[in-house]
Write a new protein. Structure first.
Length: 111
């Protein structure tokens, strides 16, 4: 049986006794837990990613979200121009850069 249906059935059969502040406190506790485990880490990740993208400079080797490997040859306000294998150049949004090749090497297990 689904946990939600069990909880709803238990709540429906229980007498309406107790303080309304207890249920308000329980709701606030759930909101605080949700913030600490979901919202706050996402904000930190977004901030770190923005700082990483702002620190990229000409000559850095990067990997895009789509998996394209290249070297930054030009930096503009919101875009990068990267050079890929074969000498081709691609203009990419800064938000499309996932990681640098140096970070990728450091994250690989066994290195």
């Amino acid at each position: 049986m689904n946990l939600l249906s069990v909880l709803l059935q238990a709540g429906a059969s229980a007498p309406a006794a107790g303080s309304p502040y207890a249920s308000l406190g329980f709701i606030l506790l759930i909101i605080v837990i949700f913030y600490l485990f979901f919202i706050r880490p996402q904000i930190k990740r977004t901030k770190d990613q923005k700082k990483f993208r702002e620190a990229l400079k000409k000559g850095d080797k990067v990997i895009t979200i789509g998996g394209i490997h290249g070297k930054i040859v030009e930096v503009q306000d919101t875009t990068f121009t990267i050079e890929v294998e074969g000498g081709n150049r691609l203009k990419m949004e800064k938000s499309a850069i996932a990681t640098s090749e140096q970070d990728q090497i450091q994250q690989t297990p066994g290195n």
